[in-house]
Every structure is written in structure tokens, then in C-alpha cells.
Design a protein around this ligand. Sequence first.
Ligand SMILES: Cc1cc2nc3c(=O)[nH]c(=O)nc-3n(C[C@H](O)[C@H](O)[C@H](O)COP(=O)(O)OP(=O)(O)OC[C@H]3O[C@@H](n4cnc5c(N)ncnc54)[C@H](O)[C@@H]3O)c2cc1C
Length: 464
Amino acid sequence: MKDKHDRQKMPEQKPSERIKNFKEVPFGYTEELALNEASRCLECKKPMCVKGCPVNVPIPDFIKLVKQGKFAEAARKIKEANSLPAICGRVCPQEDQCEKLCVIGKMSKPVAIGALERFVSDYEREKRNVAIPKVSEKTGKKVAVVGSGPAGLTVAGELAKKGHEVTIFEALHKPGGVLVYGIPEFRLPKKIVESEIDYVKQLGVKIVTNAVIGKSATVAELLEGEFNAVFIGSGAGAPKFMNIPGENCVGVFSANEYLTRSNLMKAYMFPEYDTPIPRGGIVAVVGGGNVAMDSARTALRLGAEKVIVLYRRSREEMPARIDEIHHAEEEGIEFHFLVNPIKFICDEHGKVKEIECIKMKLGEPDDSGRKRPVKIDNSEFSVKIDTVVIAIGNDPNPLIQKTTPGLEVNKWGNIISGKESGKTSIEGVYAGGDIVTGSATVIEAMGAGKIAAGAIHKFLMGEK
Ligand SMILES: Cc1cc2nc3c(=O)[nH]c(=O)nc-3n(C[C@H](O)[C@H](O)[C@H](O)COP(=O)(O)OP(=O)(O)OC[C@H]3O[C@@H](n4cnc5c(N)ncnc54)[C@H](O)[C@@H]3O)c2cc1C
């Protein structure tokens, strides 16, 4: 066994096996590994890790409980700040948040906070030992939440704990937002999401699916009706395209459509579900974020002969989580850096068969702080492909903005809301998550939900 003072590695499926199934890749810590890892935490008096967490999980407190073998208690400690710990333990970019600030990280590898969070929340669920906290006395106030992604689920759970009656309206037939339609089973099993949504429901939150706000009812109608306040957490679900020739060839997908077909429409469960989706052939994925990694790894599991990722910057600038890039590389995904498609070419049936690309070099940093990709003249080349998945980002879902007069938005269509409150330009209407920030992270959406819950509570109770 490795020295217990090294960061404990999580056991996982071998790459050669996992590319043939959609089962979760890492198996999670055993009790022994969790105890070893927890023993590395120094329990700092001024814990920097907490500062790196957008929802302020009491990290040293929960790790101390792990050290004592009190695993279910540790899970409950996390839930004082975060209702979705099994999800966050799996998908949060810890390397840029809590773990980045861990003091041990200065000398060796930081404490595996995410892996410990995952371990204790799985332990609590697997032992069927999930405790539902006492909710406050009913206030008689009602709140409508639009969207059941991490922002909506968080605001709803927090308000329910404070005694308000909360109804989430979700456009799709399944709650969870990106957690169910975007992130694949091999990274975030559906049963984990379902059980954390169930926890929110047990706090008293009602979820109405197939309810498209802006069509079934407008925000104004919700406020004029039974609801005292509305929170909008409708996310960034409108895919961006490249606007280059041939983008409408058959076989060119947005990552949203491709992943929704696989995840929500269960193409990944073939032959039980025979959802149409291309299987086999050469698949090119355009982009370098988590969405691109998820699309590439999904394509491999759906039977692609070869998957190539085309990214216009270099590896250092890739926004995907380090783990996802590493897993994709291990699985044999080919990365082509500093290239960008300029044209998709179809055959006589309108089916894509080739991509024309151009080589890029890195220039000065842009607004994002990353080096700007610049075209290299006369460097065009072609790649033969059967399917393309475009994963270059998302725009906000536009329906609510269009159907809510007086709701201020920025030039990209994101709702403008106060950082410290989530307040929008309309009294009683709050917003947070990707609809405000543009595509970001699960924990940032949850952080926004938590802030808005505090402000909505004050508004409902007439507090300043
Ligand atoms: C493929 C993929 C992989 C990702 N991987 C990671 C990762 O590893 N780690 C990470 O931290 N983040 C990741 N992200 C980003 C993260 O998932 C999002 O930042 C987060 O889900 C945003 O939460 P949200 O609640 O604002 O919106 P969403 O999760 O988008 O939820 C919005 C919900 O609102 C619903 N809705 C929209 N309009 C209406 C309407 N008019 N009426 C009713 N309902 C409506 C939508 O159907 C949706 O369910 C990933 C995103 C994608 C797409």
C-alpha cells in the first residue's frame, strides 16, 4: 500500500474496459482510503479551502468527522451548506476552488476534498441513512422557481427550509437541468442526481415538469397568481454555432442535441432504448471544455472507431476539468490543438464527410486572460469524418426574457441581477446561475441560488 501521507488515489475502471460501457469511471474511496486521506488535513485555524468554495462548505469540520469515522455525520455537516454534495463531489472543478487553496498543496498534493465529499455523501445514501433536517414553521408565502438545475434546486431547498412553499417549474420531462441532460452517466450517474433531487423534494419542494414558463404561464402571471416571488434559474441551454459553411449538413450536431439524445433520451441504454444517434465512424468534436470532453467520451462509448478533438488553443488553455482531460487521453481520444474548422463538406446526400480546418497560433491574451488564437494564413488542411459535434459554448435560454417586459438583460441576453441578492429589475423577481453569468459551473449556480434564497426570504418577511 502507498504511504498514507500521499494523496490517496481513487480506484477506477481500466480505460480498455470503460470505453465499452457507460458505468461510472471512478469507484470512489473505500473507508480505509477515506480515513487515510482525511488524516492529511491539517484542520487549519483559518481554513483557506472554505474561501475557495462558492457555498462555504465547512470543509475542515466535515473532514474532522471523517477522521473520527463519523461518515454520515460528515455528510450532514456538508449539507448544512450544500444540498447536492454527491453531485459536487463528482463534478466540481476542485482544482480551481477549494483544493487550489489547501495549505498542503504548497508542499505536496492538496487534500482530496472532492473525493472525501463524494465518499461521505455516497456512504450516507448507501446506508439509507439520509437525515432530513427540520424545516421552519410554515410562513404562508409561496415562491415559484423556474428551472430545476443546480441554481433552481438550491434556491428551492434553502427557501423550503425557511418554511416557504416552493414550486419548481421545469420545461423538460425530468428535473435536474444539465445534471441530467448534459453530464453523462459515466461521470454523474442518474441515480445520484435523482436521490439528491429527492432530498430537495423531501424538504417540501414541489416539482412540476413539462411546464415551460413563457408559454404555460408568464412570470407576470405567476406573480399575479398565487406566488409572492419568482426565481429564474433557466440556465444557458441554447447552443452556439460556428456560422461556417456546411454547418447544416446531416451529421453535424450541437453538443446539446448530441448529449441530450444520449443522456435524457437514453441512447446510451441501447438496445433497451433505440433513440436515433450516430454510432461508429470517425467523430470530430470541436471545443476544449467539459462539454467537449463529455461529447468525445460519449462518442467513443457509442462505438466510434476514432474520436478527435479539435481545439483552437493549446492544451494549457483548455477549460475542461483536469480529470476529464486526463480520462479522455487515457481512453485514446486524439487531441488536435491549435486548429479550427472553417468549412464542413457534405456528400451528394447532404451528409457530412470532411472538415476543412486552418492552423492557429497563440497571440496576446484576450478578455478571458487566455492567449487569443490567431489564424496562420495558407495553412488549410482537411480531415475525413462521419459525425461532428460542436461544443463551443451556450447562450442563455431566451424565452423568459422575451415574454417578461421590464426584465433587464445584457447584450448577450443574460438577465441582469444583483451579485449580493440576485434581484432583477422587477420587484419580487430574482435570477441566478448560468442565465445570469453565462455557462459557468454547478457550484457557482448553487452559490447564486443560496444568495438569492437569503434575499428572497428577507423580501417575503418584509425585512430590510
Ligand atoms: C455537458 C456539460 C458538462 C458540464 N460539466 C460540468 C462539470 O463537470 N462541472 C461543473 O461544475 N459544471 C459543469 N457544467 C456546467 C454546469 O452544468 C452549469 O453551469 C450548471 O448546470 C448551471 O446551472 P443552472 O441551474 O443555472 O442551469 P441548468 O443546469 O441549465 O438548468 C436550467 C433548467 O431550466 C430549465 N428551463 C429553461 N427554460 C425554462 C423555461 N422557460 N421554463 C421552465 N424551465 C426552463 C431547463 O430545462 C433546465 O432544466 C457542464 C455543462 C454541460 C452542458
